[in-house]
Ligand binder design. Structure first.
Ligand SMILES: Cc1cc2nc3c(=O)[nH]c(=O)nc-3n(C[C@H](O)[C@H](O)[C@H](O)COP(=O)(O)O)c2cc1C
Length: 200
């Protein structure tokens, strides 16, 4: 492997559900050899956060869905990233996204779409979930990966009266699949760039 692949998971979570999903996204990324994956909570926008994201090959965005959109805390991070946008700091990095909310839909798609647009404004390359839909046949179950049938990113449904420990295992496995897919894509991009550099 030609150096460590760095995956940063930039996320907000208030009550812990999105945090637990983020942990599974990280653990999925770590299954890919040569990968370093770090959780980067976006509540505190300090130099350490921006430095970690600057050195990442891939940034995976995560937020709960609040009122049909990314949380205000995540959005504050997105707006603050305009300073990076101004210098094209995340140009050509990989990006992906995940969200959690109480409803099966809960308008989570809008949150993922917000994240794709954020990535596009930065000139990043979006990595989708890459899983077919789960729980869409009579023999499917509510514990299938991608049981909610999303394609843009990973989505989890969280009962508002249950703690993060009781999250659906299929949703957590979906997050892990996203992390692994992004790390693998970052590995391929790194190898391709090195190959092209050698080829001249
Ligand atoms: C202010 C607020 C707005 C919410 N809006 C939605 C929503 O639009 N759709 C939905 O399905 N759930 C909604 N919920 C439920 C949260 O998305 C859900 O509890 C989620 O798991 C919280 O994530 P967290 O534990 O990482 O903070 C909302 C919760 C709050 C507190």
């Amino acid at each position: 492997m030609n150096g460590t692949i760095r995956v940063a998971i930039a996320y907000h979570s208030a009550a812990g559900h999105t945090h637990r999903l983020a942990e599974h996204v990280r653990d999925g990324a770590l299954t890919v050899p040569g990968t370093e994956a770090r959780l980067v909570p976006v509540e505190t926008l300090d130099d350490g956060l921006w430095d970690t994201l600057a050195s990442a090959d891939a940034i995976i965005f995560g937020s709960p869905t609040y009122m049909g959109a990314a949380s205000a805390t995540f959005q504050a991070f997105a707006e603050a990233s305009s300073a990076v946008w101004a210098v094209r700091g995340w140009q050509d990095k990989l990006a992906a996204g995940f969200t959690a909310s109480g409803g099966m839909s809960g308008d989570k798609l809008n949150t993922l779409q917000q994240m794709t647009i954020l990535a596009a404004q930065h000139g990043m390359n979006w990595v989708n979930l890459g899983l077919g839909p789960g729980w869409h046949m009579t023999y499917g179950t509510e514990f299938d990966r991608n049981r909610l049938g999303f394609y843009l990113g990973a989505a989890a449904q969280t009962f508002n009266d249950l703690p993060a420990e009781d999250m659906n295992p299929g949703d957590l496995a979906t997050g892990a699949a996203l992390g692994a897919r992004v790390a693998e894509a970052a590995r391929v991009v790194r190898a391709g760039r090195l190959e092209l550099a050698v080829a001249g």
